[in-house]
Structure formats: C-alpha cells, structure tokens
Design a protein. Structure first.
Length: 124
C-alpha cells in the first residue's frame, strides 16, 4: 500500500496519476462511508473519516476491517491537522480520528509520500 498525504490542493492526485500511470477513472473519490472496492487508488479519505465520526464509528477500525482489500492500493488523504483548532466538538473529534487513522495507515503502508507545493517527499 502507498499512502499519499498532504494539504488540500497540494497535487496529491496529480502526483498519483503520474507516478502510478493512473487516469481519473482509476481514482475513487470518497464522499461518505463508501471507500471503493476495485479502484487502484482511493482519494478523499478525510471524507470517509468525517462520515465515520458523524456515524459514531472510529475510522481506523472501519478501515482495518477492509484493509486486506487495500494492501495493493494507493490511498490519498488530506492532512487536516494544521491550523486553528476547531470550536465545534464534532470537527475536533474528526480531526483527531483522522490523525489516528493516518498514523495507523502510515505504519501499515509500504510507502508514504507527503506532497507540499506539488513536490513529493518520500517519508517511508
């Protein structure tokens, strides 16, 4: 598994497309609890983690149940840990849960790449 992380609009999907010869149709965009089952790449994991928190679920527990299906995939997530701590309790819980999920995924991943200003930095 490859985990690609970075802030919003930092070029994560463009990097994945170039580095892994993907097309738009190869990247599933999460918009809730569904995270795709056949696409080579999954983007928007922050949307998945938010849907989990809103449903009272721990994102990493939900993802771990499905992890065998994702071992050979590319996972793409926004880093939402920077900036002002949100006042809203649900958004704070999301930020923390998303961080736990990214931490666990980075331990499981064979490769972790951080994108900043469209520049890839291989962390693992």
């Amino acid at each position: 598994m490859t985990l690609i992380i970075g802030g919003a609009y930092q070029g994560k999907r463009a990097y994945a497309k170039e580095a892994f010869s993907l097309e738009d149709k190869d990247i599933f965009l999460c918009e809730g609890l569904e995270i795709g089952t056949t696409a080579p790449a999954v983007a928007g994991l922050e949307n998945f983690s938010l849907a989990c928190v809103q449903a009272g679920l721990e994102p990493i527990d939900e993802l771990r149940r499905r992890l065998p299906d994702y071992r050979s995939r590319i996972l793409i997530a926004n880093d939402i840990s920077c900036g002002v701590v949100p006042i809203d309790a649900t958004i704070r819980a999301w930020r923390e849960a998303h961080g736990r999920m990214c931490n666990a995924l980075s331990k499981e991943a064979d490769r972790v790449v951080r994108l900043f200003c469209a520049l890839p930095q291989v962390l693992k």
